[in-house]
Design a protein around this ligand. Sequence first.
Ligand SMILES: Nc1ncnc2c1ncn2[C@@H]1O[C@H](COP(=O)(O)OP(=O)(O)O)[C@@H](O)[C@H]1O
Ligand SMILES: [Mg+2]
Length: 372
Amino acid sequence: MNIKLQNLTKRFPARGKKAQGEVTAVQDLSFEVPDGMLVGLLGPSGCGKSTTLNMICGLETPTEGKIFFGEEDVTALPPEKRGVGMVFQNYALYPHLTVLQNILFPLENLKGAERPSRKEMRRRALETAHLVQIDELLERRPRELSGGQQQRVAIARALVKTPRVLLLDEPLSNLDARLRLQTREEICKIQKKTGITMLFVTHDQEEAMSISDWIVVLNNGVLMQQGRPQTVYDDPANLFVAKFLGTPPINVFEGEVRGGMLLLDGQAVLPAIGAPDGPVFAGVRPEGFIPAVDGPVACGLNRIEVLGRDTSIVCTHPACEADTLRAIIQAEQAVVPADGTVRFSLRPEKVFLFDRENGARIATGDAPATGD
Ligand SMILES: Nc1ncnc2c1ncn2[C@@H]1O[C@H](COP(=O)(O)OP(=O)(O)O)[C@@H](O)[C@H]1O
Ligand SMILES: [Mg+2]
């Protein structure tokens, strides 16, 4: 089922006794979740992710804009008529019911003609339990399960009514690191197996990048960029997106364009063809540095961290926004510091220029900001 959000805005009255005016949680947001795709909705805490999900499932009504499921305008449709499955961070299982009873619950709540026979309910519950691989746990109660198992029960409970779409709001945030990895792979598998349209909300860029077919990046309720994860990483539309995606994060320099060259600390480091003269922010991905004895970027060496597969060089540069910058190089590339200085040249495709005022990407001849 294709979901389309059209110019959605949600304003809340400000919270608190003394608060005045309104909070704009989501502003003029438009994007699509294509049929059968896993879309990641990504952004920092408070950027409007949950509000967006709640509007899609019908728990909140948009102040402006429309929501379509396929051709159908569902903006005013009550939640129970939308055929949406929801999974939350805190599992929200019924503690006094067994796993099987938890999964059966949504079916038992169906009324009239929609309500299947007991036998059919059981068949569907067992089939869904099998899909999320909890067949062995059916007689247990939630407290007897690990966090990852509880979340699988919650997913089964959301899937048992065969919803048209599955919405997941930070479903992995309560799990420890190892279970988080494992459970996210399982969610991916379940999506591929069922082909269900899925919108997955997270503030964790790595999580969103690794499982999504498509990511939508939000900040302050406003769409920053959308595209395939790799495309957004390789071609960020603005400084916010460039900084939000990637670990270790991108290194940001206060630079200057003069006569078609990018200058850092007065030193020409790269061509910047087509960029107008003036101050810019230059973002350099950690993998954009190449050690070179006569390279134009001279950095003070702090330390070299050998990580096995690659090597992380922590150093300083007068034009860098942060106290230290981090370059990641192949383990076999040698770094020869001279008097505590390491020199680099830059890979042009890993360097992005941004407007100092508004953070918008500045197109350059060698790295066109095309989007997706
Ligand atoms: N019911 C509400 N009343 C007032 N403000 C709200 C309400 N729900 C959310 N907000 C505000 O809207 C913004 C977005 O919240 P939310 O969608 O929960 O963000 P996220 O899920 O990305 O962390 C926040 O500033 C939040 O405080
Ligand atoms: Mg939230």
